[in-house]
Design a protein around this ligand. Structure first.
Ligand SMILES: [Zn+2]
Length: 248
């Protein structure tokens, strides 16, 4: 079994499934075709929109659109069809699906005091999407599914099991029992790319320090804090941001 797993993995790896992150040159296991990923992003986005209520606060909605559009402009993703949605929901959450479907929940706005801080959240989430961290997480899950001898697994978003794998990998806070934190590597990478994006878009990267300090203080916020469980904040992370800012 172990030999079978190793040989399957080797075949996958030889098949060109390790990609290099364009921002950091880090190697990533990638078993998901980009087109397939964009399609899953569109489907998941439609599903979320069907099941949630858009905020009726026009001013806040406009703010999310404005900050998002400025960041998207500098993110240079020609195959993304950007959308920015403010969802009326007290959950502290925000995420960006493949293809640039960005969701911000009204709950997280209670922790955001300026456009710069909103740019921290949106820049960070957009960074996860352009660095394909969800696809990387999904690839790791799929590799372990292969380990259970499910060779040839195809992700069908209509299947609850596939949908659940997707939601977990992309940090979507719906229908998921356990929210997996992004790995420390992915978090640091998203912080770095997010800082670059917000600076290029004209925002003040120092807002990342105040924002993540607040997140650290809110750690263990319990129910409704999807963002805190997927994005753990601690002094090491804040220190890494502090060191990165002068070299942006
Ligand atoms: Zn993150």
């Amino acid at each position: 079994m172990r030999a079978l797993l190793l040989s399957s993995l080797l075949l996958l790896l030889l098949g060109g499934c390790v990609t290099s992150n364009p921002y950091t040159s880090r190697s990533q296991l990638m078993l998901i075709d980009k087109k397939e990923e964009l399609k899953m992003g569109r489907e998941a986005s439609e599903e979320i929109l069907k099941n949630s209520k858009k905020s009726s606060n026009m001013q806040a909605t406009r703010r999310v659109m404005e900050v998002g559009t400025k960041i998207a402009r500098v993110a240079e993703q020609s195959d993304f069809a950007w959308e920015f949605h403010l969802i009326e929901d007290p959950s502290i959450n925000a995420f960006c699906l493949p293809g640039g479907k960005v969701f911000v929940y009204t709950g997280i706005l209670t922790l955001v005091e300026s456009d710069d801080e909103l740019a921290v959240v949106m820049g960070h989430e957009i960074a996860h999407a352009i660095a394909r961290h969800g696809a990387e997480r999904l690839s790791v899950s799929m590799a372990s599914e292969l380990g259970r001898n499910l060779i040839g697994i195809a992700l069908d978003m209509k299947q609850p099991q596939s949908k659940k794998l997707f939601d977990t990998a992309y940090g979507v806070g719906m229908n998921v029992g356990v929210m997996l934190p992004y790995s420390r590597t992915q978090e640091l990478e998203a912080d770095r790319i997010g800082l670059l994006l917000m600076k290029r878009a004209g925002y003040n990267p120092s807002a990342a320090l105040t924002f993540w300090e607040k997140m650290r203080a809110n750690q263990g916020g319990g129910k409704g804090s999807d963002f805190l469980s997927t994005h753990p904040s601690d002094s090491k992370r804040i220190e890494a941001i502090r060191q990165a800012i002068p070299s942006l």
